[in-house]
Design a binder for this molecule. Structure first.
Ligand code: ADP
Length: 406
């Protein structure tokens, strides 16, 4: 089944075209990125598998034009990978926020669209863009089934004591204020892959997954189900990130708003866009720049690196207590996959538990691909698993679209 996976951002469309032979076996036919929608230098980068990538600068005023461009590119006689649009059998979309409406993926219909719309309040940058993407596909491919996969769905198994804030109950009832988590598709994928690689039965397991990228979250998983995660009402809660502050004392927010005369939107931008590695270092949101700056002796960059390690250790340690032990720890995403030093530091702090790292496997993990990086005598398995959210979306899309046909 040929499936188009779409990840619509506020000014971008990421796509992958996968030929799914079955749940496990698939060919990636092409992938690409439409960037800077609505700006003068809008462009598309298209990478057909096994061939040279192409980049085209073209006017892309809105998502509908962007989506049409993706489809036209996929059937282009020169660099396309399909004969015509009809070869696409289903389309899967990544949706950032599904609140407590969705505990799994869903076929798009009017009711689903209405619920995604309600969730726009909680993800104002993402959900409206996702809706634009779904509507644009409906225009161009009206008879193709569309499926939505939510970053929040995996976390719906959290219990009230984990997802409730200790705020007046009425705000939960009135505004649905509670913890929803994020990166759920990634946490689910890497926990399952990791368990398989480590020879652990997912249905009888205690796993901690560390998704460390521009956005970072850590999740505690018992018997394959999420019991807690570090992100909350929005993807701001938790640990230090590229531009997000993570946990801070909530009273800092009104205090700063008064002192600096900031509007709610301006304060939101400080917390989400001007904090984290960028805010502390004053240099960059990218960890590679922090590493380079720390090597030059930059004190603030060194604090960023220490804080990243510290926040990770603190959350992993808390979740080990919550799970009453741990069988497997998984690292994933840009930092988790590439930063061997951070992985080693975390594991060193778990030596009291008997965690031992295989330094060679750890150093080579980014090159090797998914790897067990713990030593054979380690009491806990540790793995590096590259995340693959698109594959989960494609699998769910294949499953739900096939059920429609039955
Ligand atoms: P996003 O959350 O946007 O998907 P990623 O998962 O791509 O982000 O993670 C981006 C982070 O990963 C950046 O801080 C970047 O510095 C880091 N990163 C990416 N590649 C490497 C690398 N080779 N070595 C160290 N850090 C890396």
């Amino acid at each position: 089944m040929i499936i188009l996976v779409i990840n619509c951002g506020s000014s971008s469309i990421k796509y992958q075209l996968l030929d799914m032979k079955n749940e496990e076996v698939y060919d990636l036919m092409a992938k690409g990125l439409v960037e800077k929608i609505g700006l003068p230098d809008a462009n598309i980068t298209h990478k057909p598998t096994g061939r040279e990538p192409v980049n085209i600068q073209v006017s892309i005023p809105d998502h509908q034009v962007g989506m049409k461009l993706v489809l036209d590119t996929l059937v282009n006689p020169e660099y396309g990978v399909l004969k015509n649009f009809d070869d696409i059998e289903a389309v899967g979309h990544r949706i950032v926020q599904g609140a407590d409406f969705f505990s799994g993926s869903a076929i798009v219909d009017e009711d689903v669209l209405r619920k995604i719309e309600i969730c726009c309040d909680f993800a104002p940058l993402h959900n409206p863009a996702h809706l634009l993407g779904i509507r644009a596909v409906s225009q161009v491919l009206p008879s193709v089934p569309q499926v939505v996969t939510f970053d929040t769905a995996f976390h719906q198994t959290m219990q009230p004591y984990a997802y409730m804030y200790a705020l007046p109950w009425e705000y939960y009832e009135k505004y649905r204020i509670r913890r929803y988590g994020a990166h759920g598709t990634s946490h689910e994928y890497v926990s399952r892959r990791g368990a398989k690689l480590a020879g652990i039965d997912i249905n009888n397991s205690r796993i901690i997954t560390c998704h460390l990228g521009n956005g970072s979250s850590i999740t505690a998983i018992k018997d394959g189900k999420c019991v807690d995660t570090t992100m909350g009402f929005t993807p701001l809660e938790g640990m230090i990130m590229g531009t997000r502050c993570g946990n801070i004392d909530a009273s800092i927010v009104p205090y700063l708003m008064k002192k600096e005369n900031l509007s709610p939107d301006e304060m939101t931008a400080v917390l989400n866009k001007k904090s984290g590695f960028l805010g502390l270092s004053g240099r960059s949101s990218d960890l590679r720049d922090m590493n380079a700056a720390a090597l030059e002796g930059d004190v603030k960059a060194k604090i960023v690196l220490k804080k990243l390690t510290y926040d990770t250790i603190k959350n992993v340690g808390g979740f080990i207590s919550e799970l009453n032990g741990v069988d497997l720890i998984v690292f994933t995403a840009g930092i988790g996959e590439n930063n061997a030093r951070l992985r080693r530091r975390i594991c060193e702090n778990l030596s009291y538990l008997g965690v031992r790292i295989d330094e060679e496997a750890n150093i080579n993990a980014a090159k090797t691909g998914e790897t067990i990086i713990s030593a054979p005598d380690s009491s806990v398995k540790v793995a590096m698993i590259p995340t693959n959210e698109e594959l989960v979306i494609a699998r769910d899309t294949m499953r739900l679209a096939s059920e429609l046909e039955d």
